[in-house]
Design a protein. Sequence first.
Length: 425
Amino acid sequence: MNVRESKPKNRVGLPRGLFLRGKGYALRVAVPAEYQDIVGKKEIVRGLGTQNLAEALKRRPKALEEILEAITKGQTPSQSFRPNNTKQGYTVRETGDRWLAESDGINSSTKVRYRQHLRTFEAYSGNIQVADINRSIALGFIEHLKAKPSERTGQLLSGRSLQSCQSCLASYWRVLDHWGLVDPEMRNPFSSLLRRMAGQKKKVDPRVKKLRPVTREEAQKLLQYIADNNCLKYQFEMYVTVRLLWVTGCRLNEICSRYLKDIDDRGNHIKINIPQSKTEAGIRDVMIVGAEDCRLLREAIKRAKIVEPSCPENIGRLFPRIALGGYDRHPSHYLGKALEKARKNLDGDNSNWDMHSFRRTVVSVLVNAGVSREARNLVVGHSNKDDIGISVYAKRADLQGITRNTFEVLNKELGGRLKGSASLD
């Protein structure tokens, strides 16, 4: 079996696959294609548990041997990579610290708050193994919080503080599930801990929901900003993404995650298959029909075949240079940040739209054009169960086109104006 270790990224002279992750060293090994479906991953990253380079070099051969043996047996990381000393690496403290260290999408103030919540849960649970967390412990913890006065105010915790803690722990559990450290069949024990009691008023969300579809002028301004700034690390990828978002209404990650095998050039149009999505309805085909957009996508395909991927997982992707980010290593993580930074740098007030607003624009345009709900949902990947096109995506759009057409139909069906006294007309 030919197993290759990925090249080091952040230190010159290190053996292949060995790299510095945070303050400690880790080993990265690419999984051969014939084992990827069995193992469920394209690469294995294993922490070596040391910040000392000499010690990391000493531990590397044994770790590599264990990883290769696990791959050949078709084991998943959760089956093969639990250390003999279960007290190290899988307790509440260890996993919580790892989550906050690797989640660069969480801002600093939120990390401080989350760390406080995790420390409180750690103290309550006795820093147990995460595999031992269950609904009973979660319910006991929330009741403990409700009865415990705040150290700062001396008063019982507010509903907002309790909600913050519950949200933190629910997110923490989803990360544990993603890492394969907990039972995937178990329901999130931290979900709905603050469910309303009978007769209790529904909590009102104080946040103002003001996001709307992006206009053509705003999209053009963003595109021009990207084209004029050659210093942008992902300039070409950002440019292509904005163009594709405008004509497809896809989610950002649906564009960023595409592989070349998902793209079928049919001459007068290009079909893009989206085999995975956040919903079942999102699995669909989208078509690029504009000649200029097709030409740009073909140029992106040519570049993808010659540039060096940022990591083994990006081999064969439409945007192989993009670094993967977040605990789930999504391609949209850093590209989305770059696009949002570009939007915020535009002149004027651009706070009422974001990258998801391109999706709102497409739905709004299709509604105004009188396209049926079934056809709209088919191209944007919505279920036909509920028409969220009108109630959500096009809620703040300019729908005067369809409104006028509807009243024209109404006027025709009513037979025109009512006829009264000629003297009053």
